[in-house]
Design a protein around this ligand. Structure first.
Ligand code: ADP
Length: 506
């Protein structure tokens, strides 16, 4: 079983959110489990400007990749390879596409990620041993599914490869209007690839063409099948039947470990949490808040995006503060949400700290130094933040949605068995209610303890999200099943193929 990932992010080289964490952690875990893939997993990643070349990277030569944007019809793309972190990182270096300040957000993203996907397939086509599984992630690599079926169907290697698409985010779909089809090397009037007269939704194409599709928690998979939670793709997902399912993400318990974390001022573990008080006092001083105030400190980390519900938090902030809690917020993104949060911080300069940047080390100090972690996401495919917080002994307050509801047990309704606090509606009122419940139970951050709170922290820290024990074996099983489906379909011949692709849902 040879497996190749094609992904737009991979920690520590390129990350804007959970996608980067998951790609790295899963590739690594697959390399370690018994019955894992043969040889190293390949991880294809664009060489963005911000990607540092690993010192052990080797030049793997230049290949000619069909490139609709170039006058010659093809582009010379440099490939760099490094065996590192337990997998083989294969960087696609094409400065015209990737030597730019940001990872995403350009008008020609369809071309950029189309070229990336095509280059990955061209590299794999030249390998001595072809991949059995192409594991693609989010819309950025979904052009690979179109290309496999359009350009490589009769290739002895790639034509046999099975596709597994993992949806980390259903909201971004790579919409490509017909006039942009040439960016993918497809004729604009091609109806076989895109039955929708308006264009092609790349994520939809990945869904209908992949042998199997999963999302990153069972809870989110269930929501994605509904009109409300499906972002317009629920008909395509329902059409997949049992070929669409959820696999809960794990957490990299080596990367996220308060007992070994070099970025926090004092390490601690489940048996002895005394270091956590030092982390608390340290991060409060660092951010200009009083380290001796015993009230609960709520930590919040994430992309400032409508999805993450930081605006709900901003609206709730006055009530949260008046209830005795303080807030530390780390995040960057949407300027409107950022200015809302700046307003909150200005209103309560001694009680609220808002740090508007992406800072990995500060994030760790906040996970360790906060008393409670807040994640008010409107929707959440899985979420890493709440899992990291639990591992750091910081019970999370989460909205009952997607992966958040799969990973956090509400203490109020399961007294003595909870791992955090869960609220039902994405509203300031519902959030304030959960903060009030947490605050009422919190004994004080000045060294005071209570058996109830200690128990809550202990249960949160005890939850085992390790990739190698559950998620990675579940992906291996999915790879085997995808290969079986692909091989059976090819043997049965084109006329026996199960169902024709759906038109794009309205
Ligand atoms: P998403 O993938 O939707 O952004 P997740 O909760 O799955 O959300 O993953 C977010 C990851 O990114 C976590 O590891 C979190 O700590 C990290 N992160 C998000 N924003 C920041 C930031 N401003 N600084 C540092 N780390 C951040």
């Amino acid at each position: 079983m040879r497996v190749a990932f094609i992904a737009a992010e991979c920690e520590p080289w390129a990350k804007t959110g959970g996608l980067g964490d998951v790609v790295d952690a899963l590739a690594r875990a697959l390399g370690r489990i018994p019955d894992g893939p043969a040889g190293l997993v390949d991880v294809f990643l664009p060489r963005y400007r911000s990607v540092p070349i690993p010192p052990q990277a080797k030049e793997a030569g230049e290949i000619d990749v069909p490139d609709p944007a170039s006058a010659e019809g093809s582009a010379a793309v440099r490939v760099l390879e490094a065996e590192t972190h337990g997998y083989r990182l294969r960087l696609i270096d094409h400065p015209a596409a990737f030597d730019r300040p940001e990872i995403y957000g350009y008008d020609d993203d369809v071309w950029r990620f189309g070229l990336f996907s095509r280059a990955a397939l061209e590299v794999l086509r030249r390998d001595a041993v072809p991949p059995d599984v192409l594991h693609i992630h989010d819309w950025h690599s979904c052009a690979s599914a179109v290309f496999r079926d359009t350009f490589y169907a009769s290739d002895p290697g790639l034509g046999r490869a099975a596709l597994l698409l993992t949806i980390h985010n259903l909201a971004y779909q790579g919409w490509t209007p017909r006039e942009a089809f040439p960016q993918l090397g497809l004729p604009p009037n091609d109806r076989s690839v895109a039955p929708d007269p308006a264009g092609l939704d790349l994520l939809w194409a990945g869904i209908v063409r992949s042998e199997l599709v999963n999302t990153v928690s069972p809870g989110f998979a269930a929501e994605a099948l509904t009109r409300r939670g499906g972002f317009g793709l629920d008909p395509a997902l329902r059409w997949k039947g049992d070929r669409f399912f959820g696999i809960l993400n794990g957490l990299d318990t080596e990367v996220w470990n308060p007992a070994t974390d070099a970025d926090i001022p004092a390490t601690y573990d489940r048996a002895d949490r005394s270091g956590k008080a030092i982390c608390r006092s340290n991060v409060l001083s660092e951010l200009g808040l009083d380290p001796d105030d015993p009230g609960p400190v709520l930590g919040v980390i994430g992309r400032l995006d409508h999805q993450k519900g930081f605006d709900i938090l901003a609206e709730a902030a006055d009530r949260v503060i008046l209830g005795g809690a303080r807030l530390i917020v780390l995040g960057s993104g949407d300027p409107t949400i950022a200015s809302q949060l700046r307003g909150v911080a200005r209103g309560w300069p001694d009680l609220v700290a808002f740090v508007e940047k992406f800072d990995r080390a500060l994030a760790r100090r906040i996970y360790a130094g906060s008393d409670v972690f807040v994640m008010p996401s409107r929707f959440e495919p899985c979420g890493q933040g709440q899992m990291i917080a639990m591992r750091y002994g910081t019970p999370p307050i989460v909205h009952r949605t997607g992966g958040l509801r799969d990973t956090v047990v509400d203490e109020t309704s399961n007294v003595g068995h909870g791992t955090g606090f869960v609220f039902d509606r994405p509203t300031p009122e519902s959030l304030v209610d959960a903060v009030t419940r947490a605050t009422a139970m919190f004994p004080g951050g000045d060294g005071a303890t209570s058996p109830e709170w200690e128990g809550l922290q202990d249960r949160a820290m005890a939850v085992d999200f390790d990739w190698e024990r559950s998620s990675a074996p579940a992906y291996m099983a999915a790879y085997r099943r995808a290969v079986e489906i692909r091989r059976a379909g090819l043997e049965a011949g084109p006329r026996a193929r199960p169902r024709a692709p759906l038109p794009r849902p309205g």
